[in-house]
Write a protein that binds this ligand. Structure first.
Ligand code: FAD
Ligand code: NAD
Length: 367
């Protein structure tokens, strides 16, 4: 066994080690944290570069080396949660004995604030593209076998494309393939597909380019960025979701997570604001879910309905919110999530303060 662990690390800092058999090399990361799982680590190898980024609260611990020998493309990642250990099992191309894991690269074996790690991208292949509404599509991208990446609930990634010779990026929030797909995160490995609901703006800069991609084309996907702390969901009793247009995308995984993972949950109510009926993303799935799970209710509000629409109308308003946001009891633990165009979110935030909800009870995502 060969050890590269930094002796000078303080006891609470993560460290790594590696060992080998004839055919395998196992890189072990000791996070010294219990709250880790398969979405805590993002692994990529490309040519001889091997990079494993372990996210620990607001920090990243990096193992980043130029491997001393060649490995096969695929690998496996295992997490031993109760001891905070991550094992990455690489397959050697040749059964030779390695004297060292490799040459250290930038930030190797160091813990740095996550905001300073920079965005790391890998190329993903477009596998399918389906119409969802007249302007919104469900894109399915496939991760390369040389990447392990799972996007946790309420995180977004950046997509990158070359546009007129310049690398251009925009943020997007991964969803599941439907509201009924079994909730897999964060326990099962090998989620190789990432789904996105993306609205194409004909006069937009980025989305027409995305729309021009053909099946089999590549788009670069960054590491996830967090905009929501999952602990806010624990012990929750009432979850209210206020979404407008594609501001629905963060709702997908939160809804799925909440209905599956929060035993204390009594109700989840979604108020979904759109221009017309045709703009409502996954309307029939939402209605089916409301029939299937009595804790879930959905209400649609249209800002430009046809004369046949008998439901609620208009923009977000104090009247709509005060009727909608009823706690199941005076003391129930509540969270309200808001996401949509900036004026929608700003007006909504102000109204929620006027309705005496506290800052801790509100989470908003701005455009
Ligand atoms: P842009 O060029 O930004 O234009 C958008 C629209 O505004 C077009 O109709 C354009 O004509 C109009 N416009 C542009 N400039 C002006 C102007 N000066 N005056 C008036 N109108 C103007 N979107 C999704 O579809 N799905 C998601 O999951 C998603 N997740 C997101 C997550 C986060 C954290 C954030 C911040 C945004 C997210 N978005 C999402 C929005 C996404 O990042 C892009 O902003 C969106 O796709 C528009 O990109 P675009 O370059 O095509 O359009
Ligand atoms: P849209 O133009 O189709 O409008 C949807 C609804 O938003 C309208 O029916 C209306 O109720 C409300 N709305 C629009 N303009 C408003 C205004 N000026 N005042 C009050 N309410 C208004 O929306 P869209 O084109 O789907 O845009 C969705 C927005 O959500 C984008 O700005 C996108 O960047 C943002 N988004 C953010 C995130 C995130 O995580 N931060 C994720 C997805 C989408």
């Amino acid at each position: 066994q060969v050890t590269d662990t930094l002796a000078k690390e303080s006891p609470s800092s993560p460290s790594y080690d590696w060992f080998q058999t004839d055919s395998l090399v196992t890189v072990v990361i000791y996070t010294k944290q219990k709250a880790i799982n398969l979405d805590s680590v993002i692994v990529d190898h490309r040519d001889d570069s091997f990079r494993a980024e372990t996210v620990i609260k607001d920090y990243s611990y990096l193992v980043h080396v130029a491997l001393s020998h060649e490995i096969q493309e695929d690998f496996s990642v295992l997490v031993v949660e109760n001891v905070g250990k991550i094992e990455i099992v690489l397959k050697k191309k040749e059964n030779t004995s390695w004297k060292r894991l490799g040459h250290p690269q930038e930030n190797h074996n160091s813990i740095i604030p996550k905001k300073d790690t920079g965005l790391f991208y890998r190329k993903c292949q477009l596998v399918s593209k389906e119409d969802v509404t007249r302007d919104t599509k469900l894109f399915c991208l496939m991760l390369p076998p040389s990447t392990h990446l799972q996007v946790p609930v309420r995180q977004h990634v950046y997509l990158k494309l070359p546009i007129t010779g310049t690398e251009s990026v925009k943020p997007y929030t991964p969803v599941s393939d439907s509201l009924f797909s079994e909730f897999k995160e964060p326990v099962l490995p090998n989620n190789i597909y990432i789904y996105f609901l993306i609205k194409i703006y004909p006069a937009g800069f980025f989305t027409p380019e995305l729309d021009h991609l053909q099946i089999g084309d590549y788009v670069s996907v960054s590491n996830p960025e967090r905009n929501f702390i999952i602990s806010q969901l624990q012990e929750l009793e009432d979850l209210f979701l206020l979404a407008a247009g594609t501001g629905f995308t963060p709702v997908v995984k939160v809804l799925n997570y909440a209905l599956t993972n929060i035993p204390s949950l009594r109700k989840v109510k979604l108020m979904f604001f759109n221009k017309t009926e045709d703009d409502i993303i996954w309307r029939s799935q939402l209605e089916k879910l409301a029939c299937k799970d009595k804790r879930f209710e959905v209400e649609f509000v249209l800002s430009a309905p046809t004369s046949e629409w008998s439901g609620k109308q208009g923009y977000i308003s104090l009247a709509l919110l005060s009727e909608f946001l009823k706690r199941s009891s005076d003391t129930s633990k509540v969270l309200i999530c808001l996401c949509g165009p900036t004026p929608f979110t700003e007006q909504g935030m102000k109204m929620l303060h006027d309705l005496n909800f506290s800052k801790d009870e509100i989470h908003s995502s701005t455009a």
